[in-house]
Design a protein around this ligand. Sequence first.
Ligand code: KIV
Length: 271
Amino acid sequence: MSVHKNVKKVTTHTLQEMKNVGVKISMLTGYDFSMAKIIDEAGVDVILVGDSASNVMAGHETTLPITLDQMIYHASSVVRAVSRALVVVDMPFGSYQGNSKEALSSAIKIMKESGGHAVKMEGGREISESISRILTAGIPVMGHLGLTPQSIYKFGTYVVRAKEEEEAQRLIEDAKTLEAAGCFAIVVEKIPAELAALVAKTVAIPVIGIGAGNGVDGQVLVVHDMLGINNEFSPRFLRKYNNLYEQMMQSFQEYIRDVRSGDFPNEKEQY
Ligand code: KIV
């Protein structure tokens, strides 16, 4: 019998319950089987198969190039590793902005072919019809407001969003719209902490922040960033829990030395 048979799986209802009783939600990105297995066994509540895979896995400058099929490949690898966490899959750029029918068929393809448990979409009022339509198929939707990387060419920079009153007000209205449309949670990215806390108070659904302070219902980080694998990315909001860049570099260099010197493999490491 699998050791995970009796694990209580995290659902969208679990997350709502956590908000209701004041327990913070932990979320990390995951893109592959091996990493997702460790993240899940560590007890993270939500694994986001983020379209940040476009950056950290494929080396693109933005999240725009990643395709629906590539997201499904990453998501299915994560789903195979996970026993407990809720797996949320980003709908990639171009798979839902056209119209609500296209959005629904993209969401169905993700759910059918990856085995993920929910989808995430960037945007506010402009995607509310698509959210409602996706929900009619029984697919849970997580919203994403504030810095929305799929719109980078509209905004031009990755700076903090909604610092001005008008944009802050619009963001609060969008959060209410996403809640009314039926989203089970909302990610808020890189907005002032005070505004994020106000959003979390205004809507009843969980609000999960990245670069949005501590007044929200949970936190999300890109796993490669928090492990310090990427040593060129150090924004103020990022807490690095390791310096894997250094550790991996050391291991690779030691291996190269051992191969070159003939020290590896030794007698015990051969047949
Ligand atoms: O794609 C991603 O990793 C995300 C998080 C930053 C929230 O959307």
